[in-house]
Design a protein around this ligand. Structure first.
Ligand code: ADP
Ligand code: MG
Length: 694
């Protein structure tokens, strides 16, 4: 039995770690001696064999030996020492920009050197070039006598060098050899069942491998074990969060459903089966006395707003207030108008609160909220300022949540909490999340999916055209308008500033007005006030405008069913999720819709793949899967990644196939050795989450 664990020793226990170094290490999440062993190498250098100079390859790091032929100090822009080495098979030039006199003196013709370095390039004469190699002077008898094997190379940070990490890790292993232990947080039975090595063996293999590790992570049991462990830690951490919430108390809404029935009857359309199903899922959550934590996923146009209204009515009928948060003022106002229209005969007071509300208006709205006259309040983040106090908040709805992070969401929940009673939460997103990702990234939420669009929608046909076809595209707009269509022209400039994007939209609007003098063309961009934006959007909705030139501000939520042609400029610069969102603005009415993705040639391989996916499918889930492959999961989860989803060794795309097993194993750990959960979560997540929150 081991009686002391590296997990319990502070990193300062190691030689060479004072306060300063400890502080730097803590920024990497390294706090205990055990933590340093999880600082893993990202590659290895093969120092086990001497490579003949004639066989050195560009881009490789190699060990080679040679005899000095020539050493000279040259001035080409800067003073440098050039040393030419030969071993009979070829020549190599060593280049030093910083060197001492004694270093130079040692480079006598005929002196043997053993060097290790990156082969940068070859000169025209076929001579390899190495900048600042590590080297040592050897005598001829020592040639080829190598003691080292594979050397791990660690990620470094400012002020902590490669050598420092190597020394610290070496010390930690010495402690292990002297009888200390490190906690293995996976049950022994699980290791044998899955054929995974113990923690100590894994770490040993990762830091000091016997043979050059394969590039393919799945071929490396040592690595696989840590990946598995990390994924498991994330899974357990989120399910613990979920369990914790499960224990909290929330108001239970037992409504007769009368107002919902009246609302649905007034709608003028039947709900889809999918909408009915998710409404039932939500209502049954709301009837319980624990907070609902539900993610409602439905592709653009699938009708999430109606579902949100039904949830809201369950709360108001039970006498509770509802806060609904949208990412933009434009969208908040659109929801506000919809809700007002829908609920006006039901005696429900709907208000909205956004940044533009100031002075008296602001005071009167917040007073209505505080005194409980407001039943449903729709707004932006402005809703969650300190000054806004709800009389009786029972349900929080967050629309288009990919804009909000998990921490914001939790903060929001706490804000609504009153004397230990928490509001229910419904999170709505139009960004389809691949199943694998949802299993981890959203393990703290229950999932409802609207997998069906309202009837009568025809899928959008998408064309991909180079910018040189602009004139034909403009002609197409004219024809479309003659047919009674309305048109979006979307200007995008992602990397540049918002100001530039707005300017580009102005230029595009001018150009279109010039080419299409008979058409009514409006412009909406991010630099206009919410009021101005709203006016233009209203004109477009009421068909007073035929063409709307817009920046990506229209990406979320805007609903104009008669718009059936969309042109997106610089489409090659946008990610798949954003293109999908934008395109979702058309195809909402009865008639067939078109989307033209305009690009500037030449297209990168990645961009061309993105555009063809957009042409091939309108299925949000397919697009999301592809997006995850092309961009990686971090980008898709957005802010979520900061914190929970920052992985040290796992990669959700590469390791997706492990996730099913991880879910099973999480249950198993909880069943057979629940005491492992805490140390496991602590090891992989605790430190990094704390730092991510700062
Ligand atoms: P999203 O899920 O993208 O938020 P919306 O809630 O904005 O979609 O709905 C898109 C449009 O479809 C709206 O005009 C809405 O009134 C309409 N709609 C919603 N549900 C149905 C339905 N079952 N049948 C017909 N139209 C519907
Ligand atoms: Mg919406």
């Amino acid at each position: 039995m081991v009686d002391s664990y590296l997990d319990d020793l502070p990193i300062t226990y190691l030689k060479g770690v004072g306060e300063k170094v400890a502080e730097k290490l803590s920024r990497l999440g390294i706090v205990s001696v055990a933590d340093i062993l999880f600082h893993l190498p990202f590659r290895y250098e093969d120092r086990s064999k001497v490579v003949a100079i004639g066989s050195l390859k560009t881009g490789e790091s190699s060990l080679f030996e040679g005899q000095v032929e020539l050493a000279e100090v040259v001035f080409r822009g800067r003073r440098s020492l050039l040393v030419r080495l030969s071993d009979g098979t070829g020549f190599v030039t060593l280049r030093f920009f910083h060197f001492s006199n004694s270093q130079k003196q040692a480079m006598q013709r005929g002196q043997w050197l053993r060097c290790f370095g990156d082969i940068k390039s070859y000169s025209k004469q076929g001579i390899a070039d190495v900048v600042h190699p590590e080297y040592q002077l050897i005598n001829e008898a020592q040639r080829g006598v190598i003691q080292e094997g594979l050397l791990a190379v660690y990620p470094v940070t400012d002020g902590l060098h490669q050598a420092s990490f190597r020394k610290l890790i070496r010390q930690a292993f010495l402690l292990l050899q002297q009888g200390m232990g490190i906690r293995d947080c996976l049950p022994q039975s699980m290791l044998s069942q899955r054929g995974l090595p113990t923690l100590v063996d894994s770490l040993q293999q990762l830091h000091y491998p016997d043979t050059m590790p394969s590039l393919d992570a799945s071929q490396r049991p040592a690595f696989k074990r840590l990946i598995f462990e990390e994924l498991l830690a994330h899974h357990l951490s989120l399910s613990r969060l979920k369990k914790g919430v499960r224990c909290d108390v929330a108001p239970s809404f037992k409504s007769t459903g009368e107002s919902r029935q009246r609302f649905l009857t007034s709608l003028g359309f039947e709900l889809t089966n999918a909408q009915n199903r998710v409404i039932q899922e939500i209502l049954s959550d709301l009837a319980r006395s624990h907070p609902m934590q539900r993610l409602l996923q439905g592709d653009v146009g699938s009708g999430k707003t109606v579902v949100a209204a039904c949830a809201a009515l369950a709360a108001t009928e039970a006498g509770y207030q509802v806060a609904m948060m949208a990412p933009t003022e434009l969208l908040a106002e659109q929801h506000f108008k919809n809700f007002q229209l829908w609920l006006k005969d039901l005696g429900v007071q709907v208000d909205w609160l956004v940044g533009q509300h100031k002075g008296k208006t602001y005071e009167s709205i917040t007073a209505d909220i505080a005194e409980g006259r407001s039943n449903i309040v729709i707004g932006t983040q402005a809703l969650f300022q300190k000054k806004v106090i709800f009389a009786n908040l029972g349900l929080v709805i967050i629309d288009e949540q990919h804009r909000f992070g998990v921490h914001q969401r939790l903060a929001l929940r706490d804000k609504g909490a009153k004397t230990g009673v928490y509001p229910h939460q419904l999170v709505m997103t139009a960004t389809p999340i691949p199943r694998t990702l949802a299993m981890l990234g959203y393990a703290d939420l229950d999932l409802s999916i609207i997998n069906e669009l309202p009837p009568g929608r025809t899928p959008v046909t998408t064309a991909v055209l180079p910018v040189s076809k602009r004139e034909q595209i403009i002609e197409r707009i004219e024809k479309g308008v003659e047919d009674g269509r309305q048109v979006y022209w979307v200007c995008t400039l992602v990397e540049e500033s918002e100001a530039l994007q707005c300017q580009a939209a102005e230029v595009a609007a001018d150009l279109l007005r010039e080419c299409l003098p008979r058409l009514k063309i409006g412009l909406v961009h991010g630099r206009m006030t919410a009021q101005e934006k709203q006016t233009v959007m209203m004109q477009f909705k009421q068909q007073a405008l035929q063409v709307l030139v817009a920046t990506t501000v229209i990406e979320v939520g805007v609903d104009v069913p008669n718009a059936s042609l969309m042109v997106i400029e610089n489409a090659e610069r946008l990610g798949l999720a954003q293109l999908h969102q934008l395109r979702g603005r058309v195809g909402r009415g009865q008639r067939e819709s078109h989307c033209v993705l305009m690009y500037k040639a030449p297209l990168s391989k990645n961009a061309s793949e993105r555009l063809s996916i957009m042409r091939e499918t309108t299925d949000g889930f397919k697009i999301a899967e592809k997006d995850m492959q092309l961009r990686g999961p971090g980008e898709i989860l957005g802010q979520r990644q900061a914190g929970f989803m920052r992985f040290k060794v796992a990669d959700l795309v590469r390791d997706a196939e492990l996730l099913d097993q991880v879910a099973l194993s999480a249950e198993e750990v909880l069943r057979i050795q629940p005491e492992l959960v805490e140390p496991l979560v602590h090891r992989w997540i605790a430190n990094s989450v704390e730092y991510a929150q700062v």
